[in-house]
Design a protein around this ligand. Structure first.
Ligand code: M7G
Length: 288
């Protein structure tokens, strides 16, 4: 089904999340009796268009003047929006995007075995079909930045294309579910390799130095097929960089150098939406 056809058939149900800071709204609806999530994001200003911006502003309303200060609401022609569509959306997607309180959990090594592992094994394989499509060159092939026998590097769905908000993602061919699967003897060389590749391409393409980027894993991820997040440091409030979620690649490498099975032993604290299925499974395991 084409995006336009999905939009035409969309029947609005409710707003999942209205983020005033990021100017992104997530809405849930139905398309042909199946759930569909749409997100609309106000796009960033393009510096090149600013010279003539004042002339495009019209319909000023709610003007206030006070001394040298004044403010108003206005309209600009061709107000662009970034649209994302998840269709059909699963209950997991709805739980991911719906506004809800977050809770901090501690996943001990034994909790990974008894709670998280059964959870990730219960996730249908089609949830990571998009990863397989990229790895096998069946989707986004024209966007791929780098490909070799170990990994594929490409722009993340979240990237708006600007260097300041650079967001790439590196997908590994090895079917490693997450950070928890990493062991020095099998993966240290792979992690050093991805770091080298990212640094080289960030420098060649955008003149970014290693001091200007952050490479990190999420734990827990939304998708249990290991992937590395690559963002510009100037993207100061990039989504998912908070403690309880992001683990810097440099720290991961250093931990594995100190202790080869660090990620099989360590307790990993993480934050999740209270209604996330993994959080529900943890109830009773992590009484606070
Ligand atoms: P994550 O840590 O599993 O989940 O990261 P998160 O979405 O909670 O961060 C998955 C990363 O892959 C995110 O940064 C997504 O924006 C990105 N991503 C997800 N999908 C479905 C796609 C896709 O189809 N194409 C691309 N290029 N990136 C995607």
């Amino acid at each position: 089904m084409h995006t336009q056809a999905i939009l035409q058939a969309f029947r609005f149900e409710r707003v999942l999340l209205n983020d005033a800071r990021t100017k992104i709204i997530y809405v849930l609806g139905q398309v042909e009796e199946e759930a569909c999530i749409l997100s609309f994001e106000k796009t960033r200003f393009e510096p090149e268009t600013m010279a003539l911006y004042t002339q495009r502003l019209r319909g000023l309303e709610q003007e206030v003047e006070n001394n040298i200060y004044r403010w108003a609401l206005g309209l600009v022609d061709r107000d662009e929006l970034r649209l994302k569509v998840i269709y059909p959306a699963t209950a997991l997607h709805i739980a991911k995007y719906e506004a809800q309180p977050r809770i901090l959990l501690n996943e001990r090594a034994q909790d990974y075995q008894s709670v998280t592992l059964p959870y990730l094994q219960s996730i249908p394989a089609e949830r990571t079909q998009w990863v397989q499509n990229i790895l096998h060159g069946q989707a986004e092939a024209d966007r791929v930045i780098f490909r070799d026998a170990d990994l594929v590097l490409l722009p993340d769905m979240k990237w708006d294309g600007s260097v300041e908000s650079l967001y790439w993602v590196a997908l590994f061919h090895q079917p490693l579910p997450s950070l928890r699967s990493l062991h020095a003897s099998s993966h240290l060389a792979l992690l050093q390799h991805v770091r080298t590749v990212c640094y080289r391409l960030l420098s060649e393409r955008h003149g970014l130095t290693p001091e200007q980027v952050r490479l990190f894993f999420h734990y827990p991820p939304s998708y249990y097929h290991l992937h590395l997040h690559v963002t510009a440091l100037s993207f100061a409030d990039a989504p998912g960089i908070q403690v309880g979620q992001a683990h810097l690649l440099d720290t991961v490498i250093a931990n594995l150098e100190l202790c080869p099975d660090y990620y099989q032993k360590v307790t990993l604290p993480f934050s999740l939406g209270q209604r996330h299925p993994l959080a529900l499974r943890f109830q009773g395991v992590n009484p606070t």
